[in-house]
Write a new protein. Sequence first.
Lengths: 297, 602
Amino acid sequence: MLPEPFTSQYLSQLETLRLRTRKEFLGSQTGSYSSPRRGTSLEFADYRRYSPGDDLRYLDWGIYARTDRLYIKLFREEVDLFAYIFVDASASMAFPSPREKFLPASHIAASLAYVVLANHDHVKLHLLGNSVNHAASPFYRGRRRITDCIHFMTSADPEGPLELAPVLAEHLRTLRRPGKAILISDFLMPPTSYQQGLNLLRGFNLDIAVIQVLTRQEVDPPFSNGGLRLVDSETNAEIGFQWDAAAQQDYKARLAQHNSEIRSFCHQSGIHYSLYLTDRELDDFVFATLPAIGLFK
Amino acid sequence: MEFLNPTALYGLLALPLLLIPYLTRQKPRRVVFSSLLLFNVPDKRAGGRPLSRLRLPPIFFLQLLLLALVIVALAEPVFSVRTSRIAVVLDNSASMQTLFGQQTRFALAQEKVRGLLSDLGPAATADLYLTVPRLEKVRGTSLGPVEATRIVGSLTSYDLPDAPIDYQVVLSQMAKEQKYDRVYLITDHPAVGQTDVLRVLTVGQPRDNFAVSSFAISHSSLVGSRLEATAEVANFSGKDERIKVVLRGGGAVLSSRDLAVEAGKTAAATFAGFPNHPYYELEIDIRDGLPIDNRRFAVPPAAQNLRILGISPRPQALNSLRSIPGVSLDIVAPQEYDKADRSGYSLEIFHYSTPAVPPANPALFVLPPDNNPLAELAKPVSRPIVSSWREPHPLTRYVNFALFRPAFSRPLKPRVSAEAIIESPAGLLALAMERRAVRYLVLGFEIFPYLGRENLPVSVFTLNLLDWFFHGSGAEPLVTGAPIIFSAAQQGSFLLTPRGDKIALEHGANSFPATHFQGLYQIQRGSHRELFAVNFENKNESDLRQPTPIPIREATAADNVSALFSIWPYLLLISLILLFVEWFVNPRPIRSAFGLRSPPAT
């Protein structure tokens, strides 16, 4: 029995989706994604001159009739997909509570994993955090492994700080096959930090998508006016801050600027980007927003 | 602008307390947030010290204004519409001589009066009144401010207690009848309430005080010239004190005692064996609030022997009094009483007789006739039983009333106010009364002849009454404000007051009422001099700890025409409007700062 919101109806809707990739990868088995190799799919790719030994079934007899030359038709090879879903498991994902931020992020990750599993592709979940207990799951394949995915995600406990680039580098050391990388995080980190991390993913020839997860409290902090001692959930650093309407406006402007910078960087880097506010319905986000940014076919 | 209740203005001192909720509200709350990335800007406003982080919103100033308006409204501000005619009632009782620093309360009151008068316009008029010996205008006509200021400086306080005046009634009536715009009472008593017209200005503060509450010189016995002095010292303070009591006579110190007087109690001292002087002075050596009650004067009894004039149709019974040592007796028949020279007698005994008018000397009436002016006599009762008697009383002291059985009696019914001394089931047997400081005793039974040891109960009673008359024969000091009664003055007689004023006495005058000052009053009749010690004695005046407040109630509109325009109702109205504004404007009411804060954000 799967927890909410993974109802049979929801899963059925997810099964209609398919991840879209903008790159061709070398798969391990026959699948539904294009490969740079020529293969035996129905999708025509190119011609080449006949060489002895070629399979005569692929001779283009029409060209031979017109030009009296032998050409072999080449077709694309379709392979399976390896998807890597990276989920930020730092302490900031537990603000204001894990149930309000990390759990929705886990649901997104599990939903995307199910989309991959439903297409008989491979998915691997990575929990990003400096803590040693954060790790990566094995590759899952087959829709029945969704329970393992959900269990892996829900058993995680977000804590500690996160240095995105070093942690990603640690995870990428074990990555052998290129594929689709989806990074789910709040991206409440300096631009240099997430840029280094995303560039690292780009360097591994991964087709990248980014989902930024924020809570309503982070978008519109409900502080009462007055002095505050703000404590960073990850570093425990404290600053004094005078909160009032002007400060609130200033914060909102800074957040909008920050998000705009992320979106701009992703756009320039060919990365899918989407922002998910956790007070929004999950199915609405998955079935409306993610297809709109081109994450699904 | 003036304030009818200026005490409320002290509430303005509490205005800074309004900062407290803002300071507590400003205390930084510790809030955990996902990331400080977007807050990480140096903000000098977020300091650690309360005052540095205090940022007062506009609503604070609205609340401050609201609070200030309410306090000012409570002080009942009024605008003076016109003050062209005022009355200043100056308390000049003895307690106004209390020292306040180097000045007396009366001097402070005079300064206040000068201040009031200086605020008047040149066309205004002021009437000055003094409270003692009676509430009376100082001058018959109204005075201009300048002249009134000059006269105030010449006023003095008297050694008299407060006059029993209902200031609310009297001053209201005065304001109404004389059409005063305002009546000021300057006194050392606090006031409860104020009105637009009646204003009480209080001077001085409560103080500890010590007083000689009594001082008397008497003969130690009926016989002999030996004098003794008894004094009592009262402690009107909250702590025990050792007080040195000094007896002076003839300008020299005769004796002294150290008395331990408990807080709120009295202590007595007795002096004996001092030489004869015309008068004596007792003083306590202490610095306290009121100096006047630290000394008292006393004159020794004028006569060493009790001279008695007997008026009786049966002189044989009275003759037995001659057997008492120290008693000299002259007897006249009732019809010869008017012709007799009655001066120099300490006691007149009317035996079965009565004069046409009460005598000037103390008198004993034994079974007076029915037509006497003092008491009605009932039918005779044989061997009456004494059912009750006044106790303790000098007349009944040591008398065994179980054995007190006169042969017969005629119960008395007083015609004038009298004190019942002895009673029987059939009625009163002995009545004591005092008229114009002269003692009378009326007996409804026979006490003569004096049989000494053969009839001890009656003999003891007889000696008691002689002693009672002896000590009540004018030797006790008089109190200020009470008239001095003396024998009729002759032509050329005069009276010297303690302040040295020489007052000529009219022929036949036998009293002097203006005893406004404590001290020795001296009547000079040719070469004969008679001294009277007049002392200030009033517990309420000497007790300076908690002066009796003067209640001033709000007068009805019909009682007076207000010279003041009250603006406090308008201030209250403005405050109410501001309160509504604050209610709607303030997003977080101030009450939330007092522990009713909304739940924290995280």
